[in-house]
Write a protein that binds this ligand. Structure first.
Ligand code: IPD
Length: 281
């Protein structure tokens, strides 16, 4: 049987390339910065324009498909994952990097049907690296197959994480407490690219053994999660157990051993879920 969603994935790759061009061009111009939930949760006109480009292009070809887009949700749309074919879009993952011209910026497009991830596309547009994964068919970067690291000793590992955009002192204390625990295992190092999608692609590429974060959103990780699992990695919740992409918590690792070792060190907390009903006015 023909692969029903390959066509959609090829289309996603083409749109991500076009979006990447827009981002590269915008980097040469002035970037007008606005804020969303706090003074460190940034958005630019380019985020909004790129999301419009992706959604309009997909609507022309797949008029019945649904969307979860970072900027559409910020504008008040529901973050609703149904069984319908759904495109999960982060137009610029690494907006803070983009604002500062820190060179790790990605367009992230996940696609899910019956709540199952079918493909993921992450275009790290300043490095010109196109990461793709199709369920059951492996993960690739610019056409080369990806495989996670085979290192099972956490003391020989590099772990990626981020500080995120919450400045709530209780959350920040927990983030630092987890970071301290992990650093002092000790591990070889801790890194963060400033883009959840790129961190996940680094796990899939075998450059780091794991990435964890509390505070990410479904659009940051929908595509990259499939890229990790198709490269042979595992995804679990920060307290162990099955991952729930709406919960804003994730550990992605090369192996269950490393993932579970990280879980032991995380001082966990639960941010407001992406699918939580909007607060009553
Ligand atoms: C953010 C980046 C960042 C991560 C945040 C995300 P955005 O996404 O992925 O690395 O720490 O949790 O929200 O806002 O640049 O799309």
């Amino acid at each position: 049987m023909a692969d029903l969603w390959q066509n959609a994935m090829d289309y996603a790759v083409a749109i991500a390339r076009k979006a990447g061009e827009m981002v590269r061009e915008a980097l040469r111009d002035d970037r007008k910065v606005m804020t969303k939930s706090s003074s460190v949760d940034l958005v630019t006109q380019t985020d909004q324009k790129v999301e419009q480009l992706i959604i309009q292009s997909v609507k022309e070809k797949f008029p019945t498909h649904r969307f979860i887009g970072e900027e559409s949700v910020a504008a008040g749309e529901a973050c609703d994952l149904t069984d319908s074919p759904t495109w999960i879009i982060d137009p610029i993952d690494g907006t803070t990097n983009f604002v500062h011209a820190f060179p790790f910026v990605a367009i992230s497009i996940g696609f899910s049907v019956n709540k199952q991830s079918e493909f993921g596309v992450v275009y790290s547009c300043l490095e010109d690296k196109m990461f793709t994964a199709r369920r059951g068919k492996g993960a690739f970067c610019n056409g080369e197959q990806l495989k996670v690291s085979d290192q099972e000793d956490i003391k020989q590992s590099i772990i990626a994480t981020e500080f995120g955009s919450s400045r709530d002192p209780e959350a920040v204390d927990k983030i630092f407490s987890s970071l301290r625990n992990i650093l002092c295992i000790p591990v070889h190092g801790v890194r963060g690219a400033g883009s959840a999608a790129i961190n996940l692609c680094l796990v899939a590429s075998g450059c780091v053994e794991a990435y964890y974060e509390i505070g990410i959103h479904i659009w940051d990780v929908a595509a990259g999660s499939l890229i990790v699992s198709e490269a042979g990695g595992v995804l679990i919740d920060v307290e162990g157990g099955a991952v729930d992409l709406m919960s804003r918590r994730l550990v992605a690792a090369n192996s269950r051993t490393i993932a579970e070792r990280i879980v032991k060190e995380i001082d966990s907390f639960s941010p407001l879920r992406d699918d939580a009903p909007p607060p009553k006015q």
